[in-house]
Design a protein around this ligand. Structure first.
Ligand SMILES: [Fe+2]
Length: 322
């Protein structure tokens, strides 16, 4: 009961956060979420939350007071307007089947649940499955006017518009278009909640830039506990084994031997950044998605890494933070 009574996120701190959160776009207080769940047609017979799957995790970050967030990722919206290109319409039709076609409902359920159960929401990317006018309008809608709550970390699918090559140059082509829909600095953003610094980072394609590494170091210098939120997880032996199990196409029952596994990044900037991160005692946790499966593993002496499965499956994880 004591725990319940002290659940924070009310009053001035929430209002303060809301101001900062809206300005930075990283997180939005759930108090501003519309009551999607008030439409009873969304929840016939079986109850309001029964089709929603929520996992539970906890991070001891050294927060000024205890609070809870909902972490969701990989919604993979597939909206498209009739006037959009044939490629876009065909791609979205195909991918809508892949993801079940109810992704927006899943997002609405998640946000409605969040409004009643947690203080803040964070979305670690692949909110959309590919760029389309309709998808980017949904992004504006859910981030928008008193709207929903997602983090500032984009996923690889935010950058996708049918291109074959995927690298930093590819991302640069889309960054301005995405900046008009996602109301936050989509390279790196910081939002402080109850004394915890949520740093949202674009590490799509598993790379970071020198500029991002420098900006992250500036966040460390603030001296606050940090929860790093990004789309692509940093590999660990267990995450690698799980990803291999889930995504493998051959030898479906084989279990990867990870005893000699070593991390491998595409460039020295990213390699050095990960090594730097492991040594930061202020790093208290990492939230990521991308693999569409729940996995937890230790990243560093002070930080666990928490991956959340696909939100298109009506799934998210509540994270209590102390
Ligand atoms: Fe992804």
């Amino acid at each position: 009961m004591d725990e319940m009574d002290q659940t924070p996120g009310r009053g001035a701190s929430r209002r303060d956060f809301l101001k900062g959160g809206l300005a930075l776009g990283g997180l939005v207080a759930t108090s501003v979420l519309p009551s999607f769940a008030d439409d009873p047609s969304l929840f016939p017979v079986r109850g309001r939350w029964e089709r929603l799957s929520i996992g539970y995790q906890h991070i001891n970050a050294g927060a000024e007071k205890r609070f809870a967030i909902l972490h969701i990722s990989d919604t993979h919206l597939t909206a498209v307007y009739p006037h959009e290109s044939a490629w876009t319409r065909n791609f979205m039709a195909r991918r809508s089947k892949t993801f079940g076609g109810r992704q927006e409902e899943a997002l609405c359920d998640s946000l409605a649940w969040a409004k009643e159960h947690v203080d803040y929401v964070i979305h670690t990317g692949d909110l959309i499955d590919a760029q389309s006018e309709a998808n980017l309008d949904l992004v504006r809608k859910y981030y928008g006017i008193g709207g929903s709550a997602m983090t500032g970390s984009l996923g690889n699918h935010e950058f996708y518009h049918g291109q074959k090559v995927e690298d930093e140059a590819t991302k640069a082509v889309s960054r301005e278009r995405l900046a008009k829909a996602y109301p936050f600095d989509n390279t790196l953003a910081s939002t402080v909640v109850n004394g915890v610094n949520f740093v949202t980072l674009d590490n799509v394609y598993n790379t970071v830039t020198t500029d991002q590494a420098t900006r992250f170091e500036a966040e460390v210098k603030k001296g606050l506990p940090i929860i790093l939120c990004m789309h692509c997880p940093f590999g660990t032996p267990h995450i690698t084994r799980c990803a291999n199990r889930y995504w493998r196409r051959r030898d479906l029952k084989g279990v990867l031997d990870v005893r000699n596994w070593k991390p491998h990044y595409k460039d020295s900037v990213t390699t050095d950044f990960v090594a730097y991160l492991k040594a930061q005692r202020l790093l208290k946790g990492i939230l990521a998605g991308h693999l569409h499966i729940d996995i937890q593993d230790r990243f560093s002496p002070t930080a666990m890494e928490f991956l959340v499965g696909g939100n298109f499956l009506f799934h998210g994880q509540e994270i209590t933070i102390a």
